[in-house]
Design a binder for this molecule. Structure first.
Ligand code: PMP
Length: 445
């Protein structure tokens, strides 16, 4: 398998030339919160797949729902004049789920990057339909991650995901993220930093001209950029600036929706209602590639009341509203609510965060610990705490490798180790993650 893998798979983010000597783990099985590799080694999945396997890997009601749907209607889309009963049923349930976020309609996609792209495209189209032809630009946060399509890459705030794909979409501008550990203002106080970042947003709006901006897109807690939770004043401040300037607020909740933050959505965590929300990942818990952009009434109504014909111009995917995805999503949502996973995320998240703060006392290689909002945690690795110089790649890789051998999958992302386990894990599983990570930290200390 390792030889075949090296010969015939292209692994983004791992040079194929390395893949025989340093092959990716070949995962052959998964049950509950544990995964097993081809050598029979079983570990706790400290990253929940890719932040998406909230319910673990053994969700029988989801498997049953998929099997039932495959028998009845394996495919039909919501693109171009058709819909299906499975996706209508899902939409009704999502409408209730998202009512506190003020979001009532769903546009279906095949994953997170599609959801971001859809939200960006709908934002431009919304302004055109309203006759605001000049509103085409997008603002976003440095360190934000918004997927891999060209629109998403353009609003991404991390050079690694941008520079090699340039030229990107024109008209995308980035403002500093409320990242207390490193920021251009040298401000470590979260509330003061939030105010400075909001001021930078205001300044950029004034500089660009409010009437040129279509939307602001942000993750309520930045994920792939290194788990960066803003001060609670930040997202409400963003909402206020957007409203005052006629700018749509798109919440990218591909990671944060469905309970991961200890709240049902990240926006709700901060008491904010966005105009659109991009979701995917845990909507089907990894059982099917699927996503949804949730849309507020006042946005949908502009399309529905259109007299110009511009709203009818097509945006959609072959797999929009896939009935098997819809059946999987509905079963996932029912399980998510039945198990009330957000409360376990909050409680286990506190244990994990406290455990990481404990490790920081012993291991100087940890420069910063971030968490405290459900099961989204990260440690930032440094070679020197005083200068905050990032750790070298090989040492970060070694921590991941040793933690894996010791019993947990953790994930290096830039200078950070990210933890985003399934929301159904137990306190004992949290301890396995912490002790395995400690084994990795010892190996480089
Ligand atoms: N937005 C955010 C916030 C994400 O974290 C991701 C994926 N990690 C995406 C968009 C892209 O999702 P996908 O990989 O499903 O295309």
């Amino acid at each position: 398998l390792k030889e075949k893998n090296a010969k015939s798979l292209w692994h983004p983010m791992a040079h194929p030339a390395d893949s025989l000597n340093n092959p990716p783990a070949i995962i052959t099985g998964a049950q509950g919160v544990r995964i097993t590799d081809v050598d029979g080694h079983e570990v706790v999945d400290g990253v929940g797949g890719l932040w998406n396997v909230n319910l673990g890997f053994s969700c029988q009601p989801v498997k049953d729902a998929i099997a039932r749907q495959l028998d009845v209607l394996p495919y039909y889309s919501t693109f171009r004049g058709t819909t299906n009963d499975a996706v209508i049923e899902l939409s009704e349930v999502l409408r209730d789920f998202y009512a506190p976020d003020g979001l009532t309609r769903a546009f279906y996609t095949s994953g997170g990057s599609d959801s971001v792209e859809t939200a960006l495209r709908l934002a431009r189209q919304y302004h055109k339909v309203k006759g605001e032809e000049g509103r085409t630009k997008f603002l976003s946060l440095k360190k934000g991650y918004h997927g891999t399509h060209m629109g998403g890459a353009s609003v991404n705030g991390n050079a690694n995901f941008r520079t090699q794909y340039e030229p990107l979409l024109p008209g995308c501008f980035h403002i500093p993220a409320p990242y207390t550990y490193r920021n251009p203002f040298n401000e470590a106080d979260p509330e003061k930093l939030a105010a400075l970042c909001l001021q930078a947003f205001e300044d950029e709006v004034a500089f660009q001209g409010a009437g040129t901006i279509a939307a602001f897109i942000m993750e309520p807690i930045l994920g792939a950029g290194g788990v960066i939770p803003p001060h609670k004043s930040f997202m409400p401040g963003v909402r206020e600036i957007c409203t005052r300037n006629g700018i749509l607020l798109i919440a990218d909740e591909v990671i944060t929706a469905f309970g991961r933050t200890g709240s049902w959505t990240g926006s709700r965590h901060w008491g904010v209602q966005p105009d659109m929300m991009a979701t995917a990942k845990a909507i089907t818990n990894g059982y099917f590639p699927f996503g949804a952009v949730m849309i507020a009434d006042h946005v949908a109504e502009v399309f529905e009341n259109d007299k110009t014909g511009k709203a009818a111009i097509g945006h959609g995917y072959t797999y929009s509203g896939h009935p098997v995805g819809a059946a999987a999503a509905l079963a996932c949502l029912e399980e998510t609510l039945r198990l009330n996973v957000k409360d376990n995320a909050a409680e286990r998240g506190t244990e994990l965060h406290n455990g990481l703060l404990g490790l920081m006392q012993t291991y100087d290689v940890i420069g910063d610990v971030r968490g405290g909002h459900g099961l989204m945690c990260a440690i930032e690795l440094v070679s020197d705490r005083a200068t905050k110089s990032p750790i070298d790649k090989a040492s970060a890789g070694k921590i991941q490798e040793e933690a894996y051998k010791a019993g947990a999958m953790v994930r290096v992302s830039g200078p950070n180790i990210i933890l985003s386990p399934p929301l159904v894990l137990t306190s004992d599983d949290v301890q396995v993650i912490l002790s395995s990570l400690e084994t990795g930290l010892k190996a480089v200390s």
